[in-house]
Unconditional design. Sequence first.
Length: 293
Amino acid sequence: MALAAAVVGGGTAAAVQQMLNKTNGTGTGVNGSTISQSSNGTVAGVAENVSPSVVRIDTSTSSGQGTGSGIVITADGEIVTNNHVIDGAAKIQVTMSDGKKYSAKIVGTDPDKDLALIKLEGASGLKPASLGNSDNIKVGDEVVAIGSPDRLTGTVTSGIVSALNREVNVPKSEKQQSPQDGFPFSYGGKQFNGNTGTDTTSYKAIQTDASLNPGNSGGALVNMNGEIVGMPSAIYSPSSGSGSAGSVGLGFAIPVNTIKADLPSLRKGGPGGAGNNADSGTGNTANGFGTSF
């Protein structure tokens, strides 16, 4: 059955199809800090220790402003996020959990995997997240989601892993309609926010009931050991011509093993090419995902 879904960074929309084919992730790890033994297994402990490694990403595009999230993976400011979060950005500003702001440039993009790597300018001494192993998660495992829905930096929600290997179809790039136009969802993947045509990609996702909303894209889905197991990227939303998208307990995240396997390519520019159009001032503009919700 095809489901209407909203990509959760800036309110772009996507279609979600459920399939039970299984896949295994691979890739090398990235150094980071897991939570302390005394905080192990609690939502509060996970939030306290992982939140400094999750950032808010604000972008300016030719069609408006957008907001998403990102995960710090190196002390000098490498941040992995969704491609749709920074697609078409002429300017990128990153806000840390302590409120400090940085400008960022795009290092590489992979639209086929909906992944991107950006780098902060002048950053050092940051706390990298610990990237776990998504092959080890099981249905029913507790997870914590950390992101910036509607520019609310560092929002924490919790839930469980509801299912594994759900096939999610999302547009590689689309134009965002204005908020008053609502979300022109339709079933069967025939219409989203704008005309996506056949320019879509798919990935096998982790399904979770942790509350996700527009702006969570690119953030962290964390296990109770404080390890990143996925990146929230899409949510199911009922078909509606006027209502806005929001959490209904059906969220989807890219497995962290997919991210780890793609990092070497992203650091070289990625199959989508290096994003030299984003800087701290005005620069070239391109179609982005527009106004955030």
